[in-house]
Design a protein around this ligand. Structure first.
Ligand code: GAR
Length: 207
């Protein structure tokens, strides 16, 4: 049985698109993207999902009493669809501990910085404003703290003179779009081991 994947996204969804494209070319191993879920009704990712013929779900956070009730609802939607793996792709919401627990070790995230530097929703701007010369992209397991869990892959991106948040984010996204599908496939294929914060990916699954 293919591993059923749900993607959570709040925005344009270029990372979701990279995963959709990888899935359709067979580059996500024995898996199926079965659901794209958003916390925003106007998220561009929903159009991408519809074009790809994937079920879309808008789950309105304002309809729930708090983070925990929202987390419970998300987990219920996923269980109803037998989802086994969750890919956060620009999902700009902190997930409740109950949701993380329900999918412990089965939630991946992509972040536009070299964690633990610059966590949060403004990572690209923060790196630019700090004046770092190098930033990058991180793919990691999600845990109960935002942008915190064990790291699967990281790759650096040089900050160039004259870079704006947009030009820099564009180059970081190119890296994200390449790394994220490789990480998802490695997890689907069972080539990833986690011990505490240490993640080992079998050599043949690293490219
Ligand atoms: C991506 O760069 C992703 O790393 C970032 O949001 C962007 C979404 O772009 N996520 C975070 O900042 C999480 N802390 P996309 O909608 O085009 O995929």
């Amino acid at each position: 049985m293919p591993t059923k994947i749900a993607i959570f996204a709040s925005g344009d969804g270029t990372n979701a698109q990279a995963l959709i494209d990888a899935a359709s070319s067979g580059a996500l191993g024995d898996s199926e993207i079965a659901l794209i879920l958003s916390d925003r009704p106007d998220a561009g990712v929903l159009d991408r999902a519809e074009s790809a013929g994937i079920e879309v779900l808008f789950v309105d956070p304002t309809s729930y009493s708090g983070r925990s009730a929202y987390g419970e609802a998300l987990a219920k939607h996923l269980k109803e669809r037998s989802i086994e793996l969750v890919c956060l792709a620009g999902f700009m919401r902190i997930l409740a501990a109950n949701f993380i627990k329900a999918y412990e070790g089965r939630i991946l995230n992509v972040h536009p910085a070299l964690l633990p530097s610059f966590p949060g929703a403004r990572a690209v701007r923060d790196a630019l404003e700090w004046g770092t010369k190098i930033t990058g992209a991180t793919v990691h397991f999600a845990d109960e703290k935002a942008d915190h869990g064990p790291i699967i892959f990281q790759e650096s991106v040089e900050i160039l003179t004259g870079d704006t948040e947009e030009t820099l984010h564009e180059r970081i996204k190119e890296v994200e779009h390449r790394l994220y599908p490789i990480a998802v496939r490695a997890v689907v294929d069972g080539k990833v081991r986690v011990e505490g914060r240490q993640v080992t990916v079998d050599e043949e699954a690293r490219t």
